[in-house]
Each structure stands twice: as C-alpha cells, then as structure tokens.
Design a protein around this ligand. Structure first.
Ligand code: PRT
Ligand code: ZN
Length: 287
C-alpha cells in the first residue's frame, strides 16, 4: 500500500533553521541527522522534510513540489505566490523598515520622494511607495543592503531590522516600519484530504507546544485563610487546585500562570501570604 507523506520545505541553514528543527523536536518529530541532506523522511511522523533556501520555499509550495513550508512572512509577501497561511509560528520576529542616514531629516513618507532606496524586497517596497504616493527609485540588491548609503549607492534603505544594531553600526536610523514579519507555516491552498489530516495533526502539536511556552505551573504553600485572596490573584484556566497540608490550617495551591505577568503575580502571591513558591515549566498543553 502506498503511504502518503506530507512534504514540508524548510530552510537548510540560516536564521529560521535552528528554530524550525527545535519546533519539530518539541513536537516529537525526529528524522535522520545528516548535514548534506536534501530530503529526510521522519521516523515517527508521516512527513518528509525538504531542505531549501528560504527564497525558494514559497514557490516550491505554490507549485506542489512541497505541500507545506516554514518561511518568514517577509519572503512570502515578497514572492507573491499562491499559498495559504496555515499557522503563525511566533519565532524569527522582525520588521522590514526604512532606514535613512542619521543626519537626514525625515518628516514622513513624503521625505522619500526622489530618493534612491536600496532593498532586497523590491515588490514589498514598491507596494508601500505606491500606497503612500511616493515617487522614489528602487535599487534592488541582494545582500549587505545597509552599506549602500555609505558607499553612495543609495540615499536610504528598506531592510530587515531586529534589534536595530546593524542600522546603528552603519550610521542609519529606522524611520518607518513597512511590514512586520514572523515565521509562518504555509500550505498549498488545495491539499488532498489525506495530507490535510497530517497537516492538522502537525498544527495541533505546534499549538500545544506554543501554548505551553506561554504558561508556567506554580505550586505554593499558604494559610487556608489566604486562599480566597490567592484565588483572586490566580485566574488561571480553572480555579486553582487546593489540597490540605499535614500542618493544620495550611494548604498547597497549584495553578497555571501566564508568563507575561508572571513576576507581578509572584509578588502579589507573596504579599498574600504564599510561601515556598515553586515554578515549573510546562512541556505541552493540550486542548
Ligand atoms: O540562505 P537563505 O537564503 O536560506 O537565508 P537568508 O540569508 O536569505 O535569510 P536569513 O537566514 O538571514 O533569514 C531568514 C529569515 O529570518 C528572514 O527572511 C526573516 O524572516 C527572519 N529574520 C529575523 C531576519 C532577522 N531576524 C534579521 N535580523 N533576517 C535577517 N536579519 C538580518 C537583517 O537582514 C540585517 O542584516 O539581520 C540584520 C539586522 O539585525 P539587527 O538585529 O542588527 O537589527
Ligand atoms: Zn534567502
């Protein structure tokens, strides 16, 4: 019997590669490790992995060479291929921004009129300029965009920014975000039913892993009398679990707290009388 695998295209090496492999690992998906691989068949999940340059991933998915792929939103937007977003993955977050020399005055997009702007993202930039009624010259270069103004190749740039240190090191400042980006799981718009079932299984695992990362499991001891206040601090998913301790009048409280406001919650819990607070990472959180 022929078995159908979901074929997924991922970046061979680069900024997306490590996080993508980590995600597969956290989803319990393993495959033979071999650095010169082009394609690997997973041991324990009906999926084969195709290793490509990120620029080729949207086209490989749109053409059916791969069924799905993991790639930056910026590349998906630039390539304008017919693919669907199956899931946002939340890593490799960055933005495509306009940068100008530190000394240049900038009063808004109209300041870009008549400039030469260097970028590796000509389509996204052209759309942005058109939407903002700016007439500027787009100068397409494939790498080291940030050095273009310094060597007189351009007046401004449109490039990926994460921390902003590359712009700073090249005497540029970020003046405008054009688009925001994160890694996406993209898919062919029309997958076969059998492959859609595999994709749904993959997405379920990814969601469980991502949800778990947002939360911590916490355990603390507290006087019984403090439980109403503590329950109010811990909205959790359901009300907290409260079990009696051997020492009378004391209980153990278990709950789940969101990472975002984690430290504030801990301070409030201590003020409410909680002691011996333990914080435990959650590996998966299923719905
Ligand atoms: O070889 P291949 O073509 O597959 O890879 P690549 O060299 O084209 O891409 P790669 O691996 O550099 O990046 C892959 C994806 O990671 C990008 O398409 C983005 O979606 C995402 N990403 C996230 C980034 C960054 N952060 C990032 N900081 N891509 C590039 N950068 C570069 C940017 O170009 C600039 O040179 O980092 C510099 C800016 O960083 P800061 O921190 O100094 O602002
Ligand atoms: Zn690339």
């Amino acid at each position: 019997m022929e078995t159908q695998n979901l074929r997924i295209a991922i970046q061979k090496s680069g900024r997306l590669a490590d996080s993508t492999l980590q995600l597969f690992d956290e989803c319990g998906i393993s495959f033979p490790q071999n650095n010169n691989r082009l394609i690997s068949l997973c041991y324990n999940f009906p999926m084969e992995i195709l290793f490509l340059r990120d620029d080729d991933i949207p086209a490989s998915v749109a053409s059916g060479v791969a069924d799905v792929g993991i790639v930056g939103e910026n590349v998906v937007m630039e390539k304008e291929k017919s693919v669907a977003i199956a899931e946002r993955l939340g890593f490799a977050k960055c933005r495509l921004s306009l940068g100008v020399p530190q000394a240049m005055e900038y009063f808004g997009t109209s300041s870009l009129n008549g400039l030469r702007i260097a970028t590796s993202y000509p389509r996204i930039l052209a759309r942005f300029l058109e939407e903002n009624n700016v007439q500027a010259e787009i100068h397409e270069i494939s790498g080291s965009v940030e050095i273009a103004p310094g060597i007189g190749l351009a007046d401004a740039i449109c490039d990926i920014v994460s921390s902003g240190s590359t712009l700073l090191a090249n005497g540029l400042r970020e003046v405008q975000t054009v688009v925001k980006s994160e890694a996406l799981l993209i898919s062919q718009p029309e997958l076969s039913a059998a492959k859609q079932v595999i994709l749904d299984r993959l997405i379920y695992r990814i969601k469980s892993v991502r949800r778990a990362k947002k939360f911590k499991y916490i355990i603390m001891n507290a006087p019984q009398s403090a439980v109403p206040v503590i329950s109010g601090i811990l909205p959790g998913m359901k009300s907290p679990t409260v079990t009696p301790l051997a020492e009378s009048g004391w209980v153990s409280v278990h709950s789940v707290v969101e990472e975002d406001d984690f430290w504030e919650k801990i301070e409030q819990l201590r003020d409410a009388g909680a002691q011996g607070i333990l914080v435990i990472p959650i590996e998966k959180m299923m719905l």
